[in-house]
Design a protein around this ligand. Structure first.
Ligand SMILES: Nc1ncnc2c1ncn2[C@@H]1O[C@H](COP(=O)(O)OP(=O)(O)O)[C@@H](O)[C@H]1O
Ligand SMILES: [Mg+2]
Length: 421
């Protein structure tokens, strides 16, 4: 295969190892500086230039996008995707993992255990947010920190409030997170490649430091993961849309707590700790997958007018409970079940004879009209929005505004929007 490694640091350990692993396996490999690309949108076919000249064709690309160039770097990766070049980590996956808030939002939707986290912006909400995650000591995190920079342990509530206020004052957004004391300055880094955890290590913080990052002087040792930790790491990486990832987990009393998923995991620490050829595993995986570039399924399936994808939940009391997919009425409506999600298991392309259980979630493709009745109405309080008058609304004159019956109905203080205000 012809592989491009996108990296700004050709001499870094990880880049060197990936390059030599590819060469050893007889692949054609180039390390290309991410910032020397040009995204060419002038022609019908999406294209890229490199150092001002048209880029030759590649089978696969391995992005190693540093934090400081996320915007441009992910745009380049997205362009490779548009050109149907395989990448183990999509632009969306990289962006998801880069922002700690966004990552937490996505993972929490899929039953991945994480330390309790709250995000607030207003000064008045800080105190209750700290209480919500269990009070001091509490961890404060900048949204886009890495290598432990921007992760602070505040010993008391007063100190926490002062730090958060200072950061908000300089327009920096922070997460407030429960301090997982039982992990005692240690965490687990699992290196996910495709559908496997290929290597794992435990990192231990130095002295009274609580951050175990190698860049903060943390030491590393090889560790055998239990199936629970392996499964959590794999699911977290896949949910983020990453096939090469470093998943960081704290060892909580009740099992793994995912802290973050890194889309460009460093290889030096983990290869040293485990003496495993992680770079080789990455290259082998990419060579194996290169024929299957990522497809934005939702987008592709939605281009036919009237068709789309929808998630159908099998609720308690639903007529579908206990029925096979065949007898559930879905096929009669010409609705195809693409995947069945049951708890943490996924059944891709389930057989028609598969019997549905309460709590199942079905990812379906079909006519939106036919699927509408399968999706239960949302139980949210309806907003009281008055119907628009048939005649166009005229700008009310100042004095008349309060009395005018045709005044615009939407306002922030509309009592119909609920009591949260
Ligand atoms: N909620 C927490 N409880 C205890 N330790 C934590 C917590 N969050 C982070 N840490 C420690 O701080 C380190 C850095 O945090 P992390 O969220 O991974 O930020 P970074 O992206 O800077 O690595 C972790 O590896 C872990 O050792
Ligand atoms: Mg980390």
């Amino acid at each position: 295969m012809k592989l491009a490694i996108l990296s700004r640091s050709p001499r870094a350990y990880s880049t060197q190892r990936l390059k030599s692993a590819a060469l050893e396996r007889g692949h054609d490999v180039k390390v290309l500086d991410t910032l020397r690309f040009g995204i060419d949108l002038s022609t019908e076919e999406p294209d890229l230039t490199f150092r001002g000249r048209p880029l030759s064709s590649y089978d696969a690309v391995l992005p190693r996008i540093g934090n400081s160039v996320t915007y441009f770097g992910t745009a380049v990766v997205r362009q490779f995707e548009q050109m149907d070049v395989y990448t183990p980590n999509t632009a969306a996956g990289i962006m998801n993992s880069r922002d700690k808030l966004r990552a937490t939002q996505i993972l929490s939707r899929h039953q991945i255990a994480m330390p309790a986290t709250v995000f607030v912006r207003n000064r008045g909400e800080v105190s209750s947010a700290i209480d919500m995650v269990g009070g001091a000591p509490v961890v404060i995190k900048l949204l886009e920190g890495t290598q432990g920079i921007g992760v602070i342990l505040a010993p008391t509530k007063k100190v926490a409030e002062a730090i958060i206020e200072t950061l908000h004052g300089t327009n920096q957004q922070v997460l407030i997170q429960r301090f997982v004391e039982e992990s005692k300055g240690k965490d687990i880094r699992a290196l996910v490649v495709g559908d496997r955890v290929v290597a794992a290590m435990r990192r231990s913080a130095q002295g009274d430091e609580f951050r175990s990052n190698v860049h903060r002087g943390g030491s590393v040792e090889r560790v055998e993961l239990t199936p629970e930790y392996e499964e959590t790491a794999l699911r977290a990486a896949h949910i983020m849309g990453l096939r090469v990832a470093g998943v960081d987990m704290l060892e909580g009393t009740d099992g793994p707590l995912v802290m973050e998923v890194n889309s460009s995991p460093g290889l030096q620490g983990i290869e040293a700790a485990t003496e495993l050829d992680v770079a080789g595993a990455i290259v082998d995986y990419i060579a194996d997958q290169a024929g299957f570039p990522d497809i934005d399924v939702r987008q592709r399936l939605s281009v036919s007018r009237g068709y789309g994808v929808a998630e159908v939940a099998v609720h308690a009391g639903s007529e579908m409970v206990g029925e096979s997919i065949e007898d559930s009425g879905l096929l009669a409506k010409d609705v195809q079940v693409l995947t069945l999600h049951r708890g943490t298991s996924v059944f891709p392309n389930p057989a028609d004879s598969k019997v549905l259980e309460e709590g199942d979630r079905l990812l379906c493709f079909g006519k939106l009209e036919n699927m509408r009745s399968l999706i239960p109405a949302r139980s949210r309080r309806p907003k009281k929005v008055r119907k628009l008058p048939e005649n166009p609304i005229l700008e009310p004159v100042a004095e008349e505004a309060a009395a005018a019956p045709a005044a615009p109905a939407l306002s922030a203080t509309d009592p119909g929007t609920g009591s949260d205000a």
